[in-house]
Design a protein around this ligand. Structure first.
Ligand SMILES: Nc1ncnc2c1ncn2[C@@H]1O[C@H](COP(=O)(O)OP(=O)(O)OP(=O)(O)O)[C@@H](O)[C@H]1O
Ligand SMILES: N[C@@H](CCO)C(=O)O
Length: 310
């Protein structure tokens, strides 16, 4: 039967001020899948590489399997599928690990059926996978992983997403300490409501980010990269967070914050050399805490999930 190999990239959700509504894709790392059509209905996972045996092998519990099951149900397919998953994203990292697996599997199964659905139409299936992974069907990882670029989730009911153009010279530094935080747990610590004063600050920054990215205006981006909603609560879960952020800013970053629900920390810079310097400064702080970390520097990835071979 026919097989397709696909990949989907890591993503930075929230981007400081845009809790659950902003996300962008980076160039690496990316999860890869090989999806093969089967005559028997249902979805199987024959192989997972790179997870040290920690991810569920049952399709109904693995985000790649859930996404493909939802797709096959939606198009009323009589066929089934087998998935091989090559995990390159660390688990519980804040880099959209669960989302990358489902995004890669979705573009592969869509390709195998002759692409009956658009990338936007694939989104609800990936969101259902996020619900299985962490109890919340947020789209700020799956949307940029599937669509590429910087994405705004304008609304969830009905789902309304828009791509925001970004300056070509905008670089992201990701520093991933070898720690795990479950999105489910990092969501549970948040308060159910915020004071109006904080809401005003937050929506001012969200609008500032959109205008800053579109113009582009690096000063406005810098002034807008602040989060008074999630970061003050979640930062206590990340060792050395405030010092690391301070060092990133000293090294020339436009802004720095928690990537998704953490523990990865992201920074944005207007030049590659600065983004690399920022990465070194941040990693040095984790070294001082005796925490191993990985640094990834990339442009915003405008392409998102892609077919590698068909
Ligand atoms: N293919 C998959 N890849 C990663 N996690 C998966 C996958 N399938 C199921 N899961 C489950 O999802 C949970 C990890 O989700 P979680 O949202 O905490 O991590 P993450 O996606 O790396 O985080 P974030 O969304 O903050 O980047 C784990 O319980 C894991 O078993
Ligand atoms: N918006 C989600 C992203 C999780 O990666 C959160 O912060 O919980």
């Amino acid at each position: 039967m026919k097989s397709v190999k696909a990949s989907a990239p890591a993503t930075v959700a929230n981007v400081s001020c845009g809790f659950d509504i902003f996300g962008f894709a980076v160039e690496a790392p990316a999860d890869e899948v090989i999806v093969t059509l089967t005559d028997n209905p249902g979805v199987t996972i024959s192989k997972i590489v790179g997870d040290d045996g920690r991810l569920p092998r049952e399709a109904e519990k693995n985000t790649s399997g859930v996404a493909v099951l939802e797709f096959l149900k939606a198009i009323d397919s009589k066929l089934g599928a087998n998935i091989e998953l090559y995990k390159h994203l660390p688990l519980g990292s804040g880099m959209g690990s669960s989302a990358a697996s489902s995004a890669a599997a979705l573009v592969a199964i869509n390709e195998l059926h002759g692409n009956p659905l658009t990338r936007e139409q694939l989104l609800p299936f990936a969101m259902e996978s996020e619900r299985i992974a962490c109890g919340s069907a947020h789209a700020d990882n799956v949307a940029p992983s599937l669509l590429g670029g910087f994405v705004l989730i304008r609304g969830y009911a009905p789902l309304d997403v828009a791509s925001i153009p970004t300056p070509a010279e905008l670089y992201c530094t990701l520093v991933h300490p070898h720690l795990e935080l479950k999105t489910e747990d990092s969501r549970r610590v948040l308060k159910p409501s915020i004071p109006i004063k904080d809401a005003i600050t937050q929506w001012g920054n969200i609008a500032g980010m959109v205008v800053g990215l579109m113009k582009p205006d690096y000063g406005l981006i810098q002034r807008s990269l602040h989060d008074v909603v999630a970061e003050p609560i979640r930062s206590v879960l990340i060792p050395g967070f405030h010092k690391i952020k301070e060092e990133a800013m000293q090294a020339g970053a436009l802004g720095c914050g928690i990537s998704g629900s953490g523990p990865t920390i992201f920074a944005l810079s207007s030049e590659r050399a600065v983004a690399e310097r920022v990465g070194k400064a941040m990693q040095q702080q984790f070294d001082l805490l005796k925490l191993k970390s990985d640094v990834f520097v990339s442009r915003i990835n405008g392409e998102g999930a892609k077919i590698l071979s068909a």
